[in-house]
Structure formats: C-alpha cells, structure tokens
Design a protein around this ligand. Structure first.
Ligand code: HEM
Length: 187
C-alpha cells in the first residue's frame, strides 16, 4: 500500500529535514527569530500549494479547502509582528500529475504530525503566540490524516503512479531542506 511504502521510502529525507528544523528551533531567542523561521515555511508551502493546485481538485479531496495551509503561516507571522518581505528563494518539486501532487501533499499534511512537538519546544523558549500552523487540527489530527491517507491510497493505484508519488514526496522533503541552507547538522 502506498501509505506504508511512502513512509518507508521517505524516512531518511524526513530525518534530515527534522534535524535541520530542530537546530533552527533551538536557536530561537525571540518572536522575531521565530517569525523568520515561519517565513521559510511560508514561502515553501505557498509555492508547493500552487504547484499541486491544478491536480488537487474538489472531487479528489473534498475537504482540501478546510485543511491547514500557508494562510495560517501568514497569519502567524503577522501576529508575531513580522511581514512577508525578504522571503528566501525556493525551488519546488516537479509536479505533473495527480500521483506526484498527492506525494507532495503527503509531506505537507504529514508535517502536522510533528507540529505538537514543535509547539512544546517553542513553549520552552517562552513562545506561545503565532502557533496556529503548528497546532494543526488539534484533536482532529488523527482523523484528518486518516482521511487524507485514504484518498491517497485510493487514487494512487498502479506501481508507476506509486513511484511518481514517492519521487515527488522525497523531492518535496529535500527541496524544503534546501530552503534552510547549509545548516550544520549534528548527528
Ligand atoms: C521538529 C521537526 C519535526 C518533528 C519532531 C517531527 C516528528 C514527527 C513525528 C513524531 C511523526 C509521527 C511518526 C509516526 O507516528 O509514525 C512525524 C510524521 C511525519 N512528518 Fe514529521 N516531524 C518534524 C518535521 C516535519 C516536517 C518539517 C515535515 C514536512 C514538511 C514532516 C513530515 C512528516 C510526514 C510526511 C509524516 C508522516 C509519516 C507517515 O506516517 O507516513 N515532519 N513527524
């Protein structure tokens, strides 16, 4: 099943990105530092959303409009007193069909799973504002994830499509890692 295979195939890419994000989180000392981290998320998520938009149509994922998206990041940045100027440059994964769009969306939706850990880390640094993006769907997180995974598994049927979804997911992880630049990653 795609959900099992994609998780396994992207495990390493997830770990690489997670390490970079944790290092960035650990260097946060103020709301301005946190807003800067959110800008990196904003510019990338916004670009990937635009790349998948032609394929993630309403019939495919009817609750897409209710899902968490980069508008939450914009709101969080503004709540922290930041703005959307001086955004870092990003490169998006190549999305050319429904399978690759679902692979990219898998990464963006899945990022909610680590959100509660990030909210807890921020609280330790005294940051309690601008956390709507990382708060995800709160108690509905498991249910929303289950619905998404169900759609993904139903839509991606053939081995060729599965390959496309996995390639796109890995690329979505690694292009996002690139946004954070050469952070020295301690193992
Ligand atoms: C501090 C950073 C992060 C931490 C601590 C973290 C942690 C986690 C945890 C605990 C899970 C649940 C694993 C499970 O229940 O099996 C998870 C799943 C996931 N995370 Fe992260 N994560 C982080 C950042 C990210 C980011 C930035 C992304 C993507 C942009 C991401 C994408 C995913 C995906 C796609 C899954 C779903 C895996 C699956 O069940 O198929 N994570 N993460």
């Amino acid at each position: 099943m795609l959900s099992t295979n994609i998780k396994e195939a992207t495990k390493e890419a997830h770990q690489q990105l997670e390490k970079k994000v944790i290092l960035k989180l650990k260097s946060i000392r103020s709301n301005a530092d946190y807003a800067d981290l959110l800008k990196h998320f904003y510019v990338y998520f916004n670009a990937v959303e635009q790349a998948v938009a032609p394929y993630i149509i309403n019939e495919l994922l009817p609750d897409y409009a209710e899902r968490r998206n980069s508008a939450y990041l914009k709101a969080d940045i503004e709540q922290l007193g930041g703005d959307l100027n001086d955004l870092p440059a990003v490169q998006t994964p190549q999305i050319g069909n429904v399978a690759s769009a679902l692979g990219a969306l898998y990464v963006m939706e899945g990022s909610i799973m680590g959100g509660s850990i990030i909210v807890q880390m921020l609280a330790k640094y005294g940051i309690n504002e601008g956390v709507s993006f990382f708060s995800g769907y709160g108690e509905a997180t498991g249910q929303m994830w289950g619905k998404f995974v169900g759609v993904m598994n139903t839509q991606v049927q053939t081995e060729a499509q599965e390959g496309q979804a996995i390639i796109a997911a890995n690329e979505t992880f690694s292009r996002f890692s690139d946004v954070f630049g050469e952070v020295s990653v301690a193992s």
